[in-house]
Structures are given as structure tokens and as C-alpha cells.
Design a protein around this ligand. Structure first.
Ligand SMILES: [Mg+2]
Length: 232
């Protein structure tokens, strides 16, 4: 395993499902959507179509609950056919409204870990998605003072991380990223020469699932508290 202590000035943290709960709320909204349309199709079929619509819409509209709304409306139109009406539209919109305002929940250990690292590292949030939603969660987290700043990237691919490094005037090798998603937090960082710590979450979005890259610059831990052993 690569030596981490003393090598990095910045530590970047993914936000959704690394600092706070997110994916479980999306899965709950998906379940509610399937219940709404249960007279038309079984849940697995509805979820499958919704997932397909999401994949089609993300490149056009980006990440976040507004794109999820569009995906649900696309799926509902297809599933309900001529039955699609204003009531279904209003019910879908309500599912998304509740998703966007779900109860905020920090992941266990996050506050303690950030407190232990602050003053020793420059801490920043590196997230992706809808700017309004990400900033709302950042402010609601109560962690704003702990962080130097937040980066909201469009896709969290290699180019986005290179742009982030250039903006902060650091080399890509100086990126140390902590996150739950192999696709967004681990693989692109390692591919540009950075180091990544994978902290798994119990629920992972199907869009984000991929194999962990085989590199000595990937460190796997079981939970966020374990990163203190590596960083301090
Ligand atoms: Mg995440």
C-alpha cells in the first residue's frame, strides 16, 4: 500500500453516501414510484424502465433529482399510455419534492473524522450533480466551517479532476480522494496519478458500480473512521 502520511496537503471528500445519506432516499423514491404505477406493471419492470430512462437522460440533463423527475415522467408516460394524466404528474412531482427535502442524515463517524483531520490537512468536498441541490446539502450538513471549500463537478471524470487540480494549483498526484463510488471517486483519480481511499456504502447506485482498479494507489477501508489510521 502506498504511503499516505505526510504526502498530502489536501484531502477531498465525496459528499453523497460518503458524508451523508443519499442513495437510500433515491431508492425509496423509486419504490414509491413503482407503487404509484403498480396497477400497470410489476415493480421490477418499472424500476428497470426508470433506470433505462435515467441513463438516457443523465448525459443531457446531468445528475440529481430533477433528472430523476424527468426519468419518472418518461417511464410513466410509457407505462400508463393514454392513462397518463395530471394526477399521475402531480403524484410523481410530489415524490421528487419529498426526495429533494428528505431529512438530512450525516454518516456515522463523519464529524469525528473531520474534526480529527482539520488543522492537519486542507479539507474540501468534491462532489458532482445539480449545483443547487449539492449546495443545499452542503449548507444543511453543518460541516461548512470544517471545509476549505466545495467543488461541484459536472461528471467527476478524469478531465473534471484535472481541472480541479489545475484550479487549486496542485499536481494530479497530490489529489487524495475519499469516497464510496469506484466509478466517480476512485477510478478517475487513480487514472490521473492520484490516490483514492474507498469507503463503501451499504447502498450503491447501479450507475456507479464498477470493479475497483488494481493499483497500489487505491486504499480500501471498511468505514470512514478507519481513514484516521491512514492519515494521522
Ligand atoms: Mg458518493
Amino acid at each position: 500500500m502506498t504511503q499516505v502520511k505526510g504526502r498530502f496537503r489536501y484531502v477531498f471528500f465525496d459528499a453523497d453516501d460518503t458524508l451523508w445519506e443519499n442513495e437510500s432516499h433515491f431508492r425509496e423514491a423509486e419504490h414509491r414510484f413503482a407503487l404509484l404505477l403498480s396497477a400497470y406493471a410489476p415493480e421490477n419492470q418499472i424500476v428497470e424502465l426508470l433506470t433505462q430512462k435515467q441513463e438516457e437522460n443523465i448525459p443531457v440533463f446531468g445528475y440529481g433529482s430533477k433528472t430523476f423527475l424527468i426519468g419518472m415522467l418518461d417511464a410513466a408516460t410509457e407505462i400508463c399510455g393514454e392513462d397518463f394524466d395530471a394526477d399521475i404528474y402531480a403524484s410523481v412531482k410530489e415524490i421528487i419534492r419529498e426526495l429533494a427535502h428528505h431529512e438530512f442524515e450525516l454518516i456515522d463517524g463523519v464529524e469525528e473524522v473531520l474534526h480529527a483531520l482539520s488543522g492537519k490537512y486542507v479539507l474540501a468536498v468534491a462532489t458532482k450533480g445539480d449545483l443547487t441541490e449539492q449546495m443545499y446539502k452542503y449548507r444543511a450538513s453543518g460541516l461548512e466551517k470544517t471545509f476549505h471549500h466545495i467543488e461541484v463537478m459536472e461528471r467527476k471524470n478524469e478531465d473534471d479532476y484535472l481541472r480541479m487540480a489545475a484550479k487549486l494549483d496542485i499536481a494530479p498526484e497530490e489529489i487524495l480522494m475519499v469516497g464510496n463510488s469506484v466509478k466517480s471517486d476512485i477510478a478517475p483519480v487513480v487514472n490521473i496519478g492520484g490516490t483514492a481511499i474507498h469507503v463503501p456504502h451499504t447502498v450503491t447506485w447501479i450507475h456507479e458500480i464498477m470493479d475497483i482498479p488494481d493499483s497500489d494507489r487505491v486504499i480500501e477501508v471498511k468505514n470512514i473512521r478507519e481513514i484516521l489510521k491512514i492519515l494521522l
